[in-house]
Design a protein around this ligand. Sequence first.
Ligand code: DAU
Length: 326
Amino acid sequence: MGSNFVRHVMETTPYRVTILDKLTYAASRASLSGLEPERCRLVVGDVADAEVVHSLVADVDAIVHFAAESHNDNSLHEPDPFVRTNILGTYTVLEAARAYGTRLHHVSTDEVFGDLPLGSRARFSELSPFNPSSPYSGTKAGADLLVRAWSRSFDLRATISNSCNIYGPFQHVEKFIPRQITNILRGTRPKVYGDGLNVREWLHVEDHSRAVLTILERGTIGETYLVGTGVERENISVLRMILKLMDRADDYFDQVADRPGHDARYAIDSSKLRSTLQWTPQHDDLEAGLSSTIDWYRRNESWWGPGKDAVEAAYGERENTRSDGS
Ligand code: DAU
């Protein structure tokens, strides 16, 4: 999400960008290749390191806070980096923004609201109570609450966005859609958790970048905006679209043990962002978005290939552990 946003800013604005990134397993310098070095600078460092964050915030007009550990499966296995990066990292950014009076946009997730029952028509809104399920979503909820508290207590000029599930280019192969596409490209069967009936709402990453820039430039200080498409699908139906687009039989997948505490359904009401800031998603056809995403992964094996085996090895270990109950 972060590198896609930087690319969008480079293409559509005259702004200069400084990126602070720890370059953990989830990041890659190659995601920034081709960007003008005069306008886009990468600093390798930790968002929870107050010294580096303060030194960078001193020189900027605005902060867009994307830095997070974001993968639920990893948080179930090892919560520690989630608490450090998502909670302490956000606290560090808030203190720097407070010290310099800097405008802040905080990027978050619909998972802070918990999940909705399958089959219901309910949707989350900006007013829904927080009810996170996993160490990941719990730390994001904690971070959002810190941003709200700093806004109120210190008049920090902050906005928050909570988005639904994202897909598109440059997404790490641990996530559902790129994992299945790259499995098929490697000749391995896709893996579906449980019965595959969990429902997610899907947003193309370019539409997410446009939403964040819109809120940064025109959002009302102190407000939260939900970013979504209304395009809800069961996991199995997304996978069947991918299988069709990649000329595989519709039963070419394995069902593996379910994720513990697996959220049933996410769905959000994004009407506030649409009506007050005139944002609408441009990629509103999921099949077309998946098709261009598949093309991107076909053309960019040099980007995703080097990390793929390690991701699958870790998944293999966890999926075996879950199925034998240990
Ligand atoms: O809703 C926004 C959230 O969407 C973000 O905050 C998270 O950072 C992002 O990871 C995503 O969370 P999910 O847990 O929904 O995404 P993930 O790609 O891990 O899984 C999507 C669905 O697919 C979920 O129901 C679990 C399932 N799944 C996932 C993987 C990796 C499978 O069935 N098989 C898989 O191999």
